[in-house]
Each structure stands twice: as structure tokens, then as C-alpha cells.
Design a protein around this ligand. Structure first.
Ligand code: NDP
Length: 249
């Protein structure tokens, strides 16, 4: 007897899928039945591990080196997914960076890099994917709870980029809704990753304000993404799911 999983037959692309939240999303979408492509920038070995883990349980996976801050590379990556897998049904804009500093000292090159990766990368991947998607398509952004509540200092540029994603999310839902494509954002709160380890400097500031009393784990963000990716989430669009353990409650 064959079991049909919720995402059987679907093709997903997760940007920044080599580590941390992106890797957890890739593994979760694959476990739910999707063929999954990931992009990565600096971690080819970790990307290969994610592909191997999916293939080891009979899934289909592909890793593509594509700096999210390079529009040509991002566009090419989306086109490669469509060429190699035949379509794209789910785009997860996860790749992101955080360069934090006070506004007085913020380096302009760092500002431009933040915009390139966290905003322009999202726009380009979404544009290219939207051109190829058909009804039932899913665009899922990984924003941040910082777009709702600035929980610690020095993150003004990071929050600027994530606020842009939240605005893009709402308006894009109106553009793509008539085509049967939903657009939603998951807003993680403090999540235990290389970017924000549960024993790191941010944890020392925000830890006590998390209602659940601990950091989130990448799997818990992936669960929210997986829900939005499912066919049963077809009436949810332009929405944000906050997965922050109650930091912003
Ligand atoms: P990590 O830094 O732990 O991992 C980042 C991932 O993104 C890696 O797989 C990395 O790949 C990839 N990546 C980074 N830069 C690029 C780039 N230029 N091009 C392609 N891939 C890139 O981050 P998290 O997992 O913590 O964060 C993932 C997302 O979640 C981000 O958008 C972040 O802003 C957001 N977020 C995280 C929170 C947290 O507390 N952790 C809270 C709220 C939001 P590689 O190593 O191959 O370059």
C-alpha cells in the first residue's frame, strides 16, 4: 500500500537550506513528500548533507550554489529548479543574514549587503518563481518577530529588511491571489541556530521575555512552514504566523 503524503508531487525550493532553519524546512518538506531543492552560499558540505539525508529516505533533492545577494545567481537557481524538476510549487525565502551594529557606526557596505540578501534576494526569487508557478503555488517568506517587536538593540537594519518582507508579503498576496497562489510569512522569534544560539548574546537579553521560557528549535519553525505549504492552507494568504514562544505576546 502506498501512502500519499500532504506534499506528494510538489516541488519546493528553500533558499539558504544548508544549515539551521532552512535545513530543517528542507527536511520537513521532503518528509511531507515534496521534491526539494535548496540554495546555499558558503556551506557546500552542509548542503550536500541535507541532500544526502533526503535521498537516504527515498526523497528527491538538489543543492544549488547561489548567493542570495546575487540577483543573477538567484534567478538562475529558480530556473534550474524548473528545468531539472519540471516545475516549482513552493518557494521558501529563508536565506538571511544579520549584521548588527548601532546606527552611528553602521557600515554602508554592510547595509547594502543586508538589503541585497534579505530584500533583493527575496524579490528576485519570488519574481522568478511567480512566473513559473501555477494554481496551488505557495510563496512563504521567513521574516522575523523583530518586525513586530524590537526585542534588543543594534538590529535596526535587520528589522528594516524584515519589515520590508512583511510589507511585500501583504501586497504580493493581492497580486498572486487571483492565480490561486498564496503568499505568507512565518515570523520566527529567537530560534536556536548558528545565527542566534540559545546561549548567545541575544539570549542574554531576550531570554526572560519568552513566554514559553526557552528558545525555539528550527523544527518548530519548519512545522509552521509545512502547514502553510499544504493544500489545506489554500484560504490563508497575506498572513503572518508568529512562532516566537510568546516573545511578542
Ligand atoms: P543561520 O545563519 O543559522 O543560517 C543561515 C542559512 O542561510 C544558511 O543555510 C546559509 O547558507 C544561508 N545563507 C546565508 N547567507 C546566504 C546567502 N547570501 N545566499 C544563500 N544562502 C545564504 O540563520 P537562521 O537559520 O537562524 O536564519 C534563517 C532565517 O530565519 C533568516 O532569514 C533569519 O533572518 C530568520 N530568523 C532567524 C531567527 C533566529 O533567531 N535564528 C529569528 C527570526 C528570523 P551558507 O552557510 O551555505 O551560506
Amino acid at each position: 500500500m502506498t501512502t500519499t503524503l500532504p506534499l506528494t508531487g510538489k516541488i519546493a525550493l528553500v533558499t539558504g537550506g544548508s544549515r539551521s532553519i532552512g535545513a530543517a524546512i528542507a527536511l520537513r518538506l521532503a518528509a511531507d513528500g515534496a521534491a526539494v531543492a535548496i540554495t546555499y552560499n558558503g556551506s557546500p558540505d552542509r548542503a550536500a548533507d541535507v541532500v544526502a539525508a533526503i535521498e537516504a529516505v527515498g526523497g528527491k533533492a538538489l543543492a544549488i550554489q547561489a548567493d542570495a545577494g546575487d540577483p543573477v545567481a538567484v534567478r538562475a537557481a529558480v530556473r534550474q529548479v524548473v528545468a531539472d524538476f519540471g516545475a516549482i510549487d513552493i518557494l521558501v525565502n529563508n536565506a538571511g543574514i544579520a549584521i548588527n551594529a548601532g546606527i552611528e557606526d553602521y557600515d554602508f557596505a554592510d547595509y547594502e549587503r543586508m538589503l541585497a540578501v534579505n530584500v533583493t534576494g527575496v524579490f528576485v526569487a519570488t519574481q522568478e518563481a511567480a512566473r513559473a508557478m501555477t494554481a496551488g503555488g505557495r510563496v512563504i517568506h521567513i521574516g522575523s518577530s523583530m518586525a513586530r517587536y524590537a526585542a534588543f538593540p543594534t538590529a535596526s537594519v535587520y528589522t528594516l529588511t524584515k519589515g520590508a518582507v512583511s510589507g511585500f508579503n501583504r501586497s504580493l498576496a493581492r497580486d498572486l491571489g487571483p492565480r490561486g497562489i498564496t503568499v505568507n510569512t512565518v515570523l520566527p522569534g529567537p530560534t536556536n541556530t548558528d545565527m542566534n544560539p540559545k546561549d548567545g548574546p541575544v539570549a542574554a537579553i531576550v531570554g526572560q521575555n519568552i513566554a514559553i521560557g526557552r528558545y525555539g528549535e528550527p523544527d518548530e519553525i519548519a512545522a509552521a512552514v509545512a502547514f502553510l505549504a499544504r493544500p489545506e492552507a489554500a484560504f490563508i494568504t497575506g498572513a503572518e504566523i508568529i512562532a516566537d514562544g510568546g516573545l511578542t505576546a
